[in-house]
Structures are given as C-alpha cells and as structure tokens.
Design a protein around this ligand. Structure first.
Ligand SMILES: NC(=O)c1ccc[n+]([C@@H]2O[C@H](COP(=O)([O-])OP(=O)(O)OC[C@H]3O[C@@H](n4cnc5c(N)ncnc54)[C@H](O)[C@@H]3O)[C@@H](O)[C@H]2O)c1
Length: 449
C-alpha cells in the first residue's frame, strides 16, 4: 500500500510493490495492469552522477538520452571534469543539472532516485553502500567492488535497504547477446563444457611517476576516500590508477569481468572449485603493478572450465576480435565478439549461423565502447525500479562474476593456484590468499552495510 504521496516515496514504495509483483506473481487484488495505471508510474527517474571524467561522462550521455530520466546532480573530485559534464548534460536535457563536488551531499537530497557510480574501483562499493543507506538505487560500474568482502557487503546492503543495484556489465542487456545465451541454454551446441575468453589492447607504458603538488583542480582527499592515504604522484590520475592494486584491479577486472560474466552465464555456473593464474608485467618497465599479460583458469568440478587471457600491451586479435568469448560444446562452437552479434559453428568448423550486430562496438574505446546499446541496460534498471522487472545484472549475479576474476587476481598475487568452496567461492586453506579477500581502509572511511 502506498501511503505517502511525495514522488521520492512513490519510487521507494513502488520498488516494494514491484518486487512483490515479480517474486510472488501479482499481489491479490492488484493486477499488473492496475499497477501500471498508478498515478506517477510514468514519473521521471532522477539521477545523480558520481565520477564523470571518462566512463561517467559517456554514461551521463546515455542516461540523459532516456526520456524517463533527468540528471539532477553531477559530482566529481576533478573540478574540470565536473564542469565539462554539467555543460554536456545541460545541452542534452531541458533542465541543467547542479554541480556538487562532494557526492555525499547529493545523498541528502530528495530529488535523486538513482546514483550512477563511475569512480575508480576503490570507491565503487563504499560509494554504493552510502547510496543504498541513503535510500537510493545504484547503477554501479563494473567491477562491483575492489575485493570480494565489499561485494558481500553490497549483497547484504541491498537486502537490508531494499534497493536495487544494476552492475555495469551492459552486455547482459544486448538483444543478440541475450539470444546467443538463450540458444546455448537450449542446446544449440549440445552440452557446453568450456568457454575461452580474452581481451587484447596495445596500451602505452605509464612511465615512472614523481611526487608532485596536488593539482588545484583535484580534491585528492576525497578521491582517495576509503583507500589508505598515499602521497600524490603525477602519473596515477586519471585512469592509470587501474594498474595499481591500491585503487585498481588490473585488466582482469577492467575488461575480463565483461567476458567472464558472459562465460559464466552461458555455462550456467556460479562458484568454481579451482582457480589459477599466470602472467606478469612483462612488456614495459614502468610503475604499472598489475599484469599486462595474464591467463586465468577457472574450474567448476569436472563439469566445465573458463579461461580468460588478457593482453594489455599487444592488441593482436584472437578469433578476429580484440575481445570475445567462445563456447565449446559437444555439437559445435558458439562465439560472441565485442559487438552484439554471434556465430555458431558445427563440429567440422562450418559456420551454420551468423547473427550480425546492428551497432558497431569498439572494445578498445575506454569510455563508451558500445554507444547506444548501453541504454538498454539502463532502461532495464528503470524498469526494475518502476515495474519490478528482474534486473539483467543484479548484485547477486554481478558479485559472482566479479568474484571469479578477483579470485584470479588473488591467485596471481599469491600461490598461483587456489582451491575454492563451490558453495560460496571462498578460498580454502590458504592464509596468504584469504588475506586478500578484503582490504584495509583509511581510518574514518571504513564502509558499512
Ligand atoms: N562498462 C564499461 O564498458 C566501462 C567502460 C569504461 C570504464 N568503466 C569503469 O568505469 C570506472 C571509471 O573509469 P574511467 O575510465 O572513467 O576512470 P577515470 O579515472 O578516467 O575517471 C574517474 C573519475 O572519478 C572521479 N572520482 C574519484 N573519486 C571520486 C569521488 N569520491 N566522487 C566523485 N568523483 C570521483 C575522478 O576525479 C575521475 O574524474 C572504472 O571502474 C571502470 O572500470 C566501465
């Protein structure tokens, strides 16, 4: 029953009602049609953007293009990125958004339903947890968290605060990718037992940084947020933080998350029994810490396996694509590349099906690889909020896919091989690896459910 009449409470209450509609079918005396007819069901969803230098700016364009959406606030610790994005969004929608450098102040506002988080990885879960506590829904860029413990906290928080998180692995909402997975599940290549995934790019070296004064455009304290404090070094911000374990998660989580997620979805598996990783920073000598060349192996008992190969410094394509997943089955092979298409091959290597993408995707574009396709993923979140539609990448699912790759990185940083509990993905009998399940935080910035 919706008792309060403010629009914010409508959106909140509608999440409850809508959840009831999906979980238990239709509530007694409350048909899906009457739900759609509730006054306000067509109200706009009000959005706050957090972190808009690169990906966040592209997402701001995607969100602003959706009729149902109005971006009311934009936050960034870089005053230049903030001004650029405010200007961009003001040109895309009728009302100009407000600039608020500190996103925590946006959380106090009534006129925000969804926070979009596209900060560096160390801020993903802590910012999402604050947003959930404040009663907001979240569009959270992948990886959902910097480490597995934070992912577990996100799941607990979504349950506690009854809000939604859609993780930004947008391929889950691309129509032909969805069709390819349906085809797999209905047996187009028979029993599927192996998925090979990869990403290749020719990234440049990042050099050797030196201590420097914090630029006047950057609030470095807020940028660091939950991460223990480090002096400012001039080659980390922006983007290169990806290659430092303190803030980033390497190419594995940066790009591996997308394809390992598809592999897991296609194979219908959750937690592995064994995880391996080999690789290193082989190519350049610079400050970059995470591997530029890495192969992660994930075993699911003797049912099936997934591998991910990452090459950050050699963009030679595999199977004709810079990024992709190939599923191997008893009757043939199914391949999904960077775009919204797929191909099926018989066991004797003849192409028997070729579904072409209607949209060109450039997987090496670091901000907006898929353009308008991403709007479908955002729309799915809006439908989840307004109508109770199941999310294509809810946090339970996003967590597991992220965890698989995080386990690969933990293996890489410790013994190379992990045995894991197939019930929950936890690491077995390996104290050094278990230490990397979580992280330490800057005092006073510890995240909470
Ligand atoms: N889904 C995709 O296809 C896709 C594509 C690209 C990037 N991403 C993800 O998006 C995230 C951002 O990547 P990027 O390339 O834009 O990084 P970036 O370093 O270029 O930009 C991050 C921005 O966040 C800002 N920021 C940091 N802390 C903040 C805070 N507390 N409040 C507000 N702003 C803050 C920074 O100032 C910067 O402007 C990454 O996690 C990345 O994995 C996803």
């Amino acid at each position: 029953m919706i008792k309060k009449t403010s629009r914010r409470n409508f959106i909140k209450a509608s999440t409850f009602s809508a959840a009831a509609l999906t979980v238990g079918g239709v509530l007694p005396g409350f048909s899906a049609r009457s739900y759609r007819n509730i006054a306000g069901a067509n109200e706009r969803i009000l959005v706050g953007m957090v972190g808009v230098n690169n990906r966040g700016s592209a997402l701001a364009g995607t969100f602003a293009a959706l009729k149902q959406c109005q971006i009311n606030y934009i936050s960034d610790t870089d005053s230049r990125a903030l001004a650029r994005c405010v200007d961009k969004v003001a040109r895309l929608q009728s009302a100009a958004p407000r600039a608020q450098p500190d996103f925590r102040k946006v959380l106090e506002q009534q006129d925000v339903d969804v926070m979009v988080i596209a900060t560096p990885d160390h801020w993903h879960a802590p910012a999402a947890l604050l947003a959930l506590q404040a009663g907001k829904h979240v569009y959270l860029e992948k990886p959902c968290s910097h480490n597995p413990k934070e992912g577990e906290m996100l799941i607990a928080s979504v349950k506690k605060h009854k809000r939604l998180i859609q993780m930004g692995n947008q391929r889950r909402s691309w129509p032909n990718v969805m069709e390819a997975i349906r085809e797999l599940h209905s047996g187009i290549i028979g029993k599927t037992y192996f998925a090979r995934t990869w990403y290749a790019n020719s990234r440049k070296p990042i050099g050797t940084g030196k201590p420097a004064p914090v630029p006047e455009w950057l609030n470095y304290d807020l940028w660091q947020g939950p991460a223990p404090r480090k002096p400012y070094i001039d080659n980390r911000i922006h983007y290169n933080w990806h290659w430092f374990w303190h803030w980033g998660t390497g190419e594995a989580l940066n790009n591996g998350t997308h394809m390992v997620d598809l592999a897991r979805w296609g194979l219908q598996v959750d937690y592995p029994t064994k995880v391996t990783s080999t690789g290193g920073r082989y190519f350049f000598t610079d400050d970059w810490q995470t591997p530029d060349t890495q192969t992660i192996g994930l075993e699911f008992g003797n049912k099936c396996a997934i591998t991910w190969e990452g090459r950050s410094a050699n963009g030679r394509h595999s199977e004709g694509s810079s990024v992709g997943v190939v599923f191997f089955g008893e009757k043939g092979t199914l391949q999904i590349n960077s775009d919204d298409g797929y191909q099926v091959y018989s066991l004797d290597n003849k192409r028997v099906k070729d579904v072409k993408s209607k949209v060109t995707v450039n997987a090496t574009d670091t901000s907006n690889p898929a353009g308008i396709l991403d709007g479908l993923h955002v729309q799915n979140l809006f439908d989840g909020i307004k109508k109770g539609t199941a999310l294509n990448s809810d946090i339970e699912s996003g967590y597991i896919s992220t965890l698989l790759v995080q386990l690969g990185n933990i293996a890489q940083r410790t013994s190379g091989v992990l045995n894991t509990n197939p019930q929950n993905g936890h690491i077995l009998n390996n104290a050094a690896a278990e230490k990397l399940w979580g992280r330490t935080y800057e005092k006073g910035w510890e995240p909470a459910v």
